[in-house]
Design a protein around this ligand. Structure first.
Ligand code: G1P
Length: 266
């Protein structure tokens, strides 16, 4: 199916407080999974999905992120400044002019997904079928629920849900399910109108989940329960787990690392 989605926004302006002190000098998206910065995985996933036009939303210009992409030829990268840390919804809104009226993707570099076919590519084809916003979904353990966007939905097909509502970082007892939004989105362009109508939500910030909830109240929004393997690299332990997973699958690095882990006598 011909894809009508050609652009992606990567929010990378987060302050990375969970990674202090390193994030005093290094952007969070430059932290490596083994030796590869998380933002590289996001851009590679987009390239594999046929998207070569990417806007990265940053908190300061001339950052290490810009330096990293200098001279990159196979993907066109723009940098957009978010002047004040005011939430994911606000970060995405900064890209409105650049997106220029089209449907577009958002990839959060914290969420690493490994799989045969890229999750965003699957979501673009679901978007083409329904002409609607599509969210990536995964069932999570109870302890993760208060840190994520959580949906109430009906399954309408294998791996596909229709979203009734979504709520950002609910208390476990108030959460409608354990089905969480993971950082991949394909948005219809009117999401920008919903963001503009959104007031401060969880953490006193403009939350994209609240804008999606408003969109889902008025039209159909879909979810894709992706089958790929997911790592949340937004915290130090998750980043380390992803590094270990990557290294033990590398025929050159695996033997030494496995021997080291065995030597710890866990
Ligand atoms: C963001 C979104 C949240 C989503 C999560 C996925 O939260 O606001 O809805 O579940 O990404 O990683 P953050 O990780 O920025 O707190």
């Amino acid at each position: 199916m011909e894809s009508r989605v050609g652009k992606a926004v990567i929010p990378a302006a987060g302050l990375g407080t969970r990674f202090l002190p390193v994030t005093r000098a290094v952007s969070k998206v430059m932290l490596p999974v083994f030796n590869i910065p998380t933002i590289e995985f996001a851009v590679t996933e987009l390239k594999k999905s046929g998207i070569n036009s990417v806007a990265i939303v940053v908190s300061s210009l001339n950052s290490d992120v810009q330096k990293y992409f200098e001279g990159t030829a196979d993907v066109q990268v723009e940098f957009i400044l978010q002047e004040k840390a005011n939430g994911l919804g606000d970060a995405i809104l900064q890209a409105e002019k650049w997106v220029n009226g089209e449907s577009f993707c958002v990839v959060l570099p914290d969420d690493l997904i490994f799989g045969e076919i890229t999750t965003i590519k699957q979501m673009i084809s679901i978007h083409s079928k329904y002409d609607s916003t599509v969210l990536a979904l995964k069932t999570v353990e109870d302890d993760r629920v208060p840190f994520l966007g959580i949906v109430e939905s009906q399954q309408i097909d294998s791996l596909i849900h229709r979203i009734n509502k979504c709520v950002e970082k609910p208390k476990l007892l108030e959460a409608p399910s354990n089905l969480a939004i993971i950082g991949r989105y394909v948005f219809t362009n009117d999401i920008f109108d919903y963001i503009k109508q959104t007031t401060e939500g969880a953490l006193g910030e403009i939350q994209i989940t609240d804008a999606i909830n408003a969109q889902a109240n008025e039209k159909s929004v879909y979810g894709y329960e992706f089958p790929g393997e997911h790592f949340d690299t937004g915290n130090p332990a998750g980043l380390l787990e992803a590094s270990i997973a990557l290294a033990v699958r590398d025929p050159e690095k695996a033997p030494g690392l496995i021997n080291f882990i065995k030597s710890l006598n866990l």
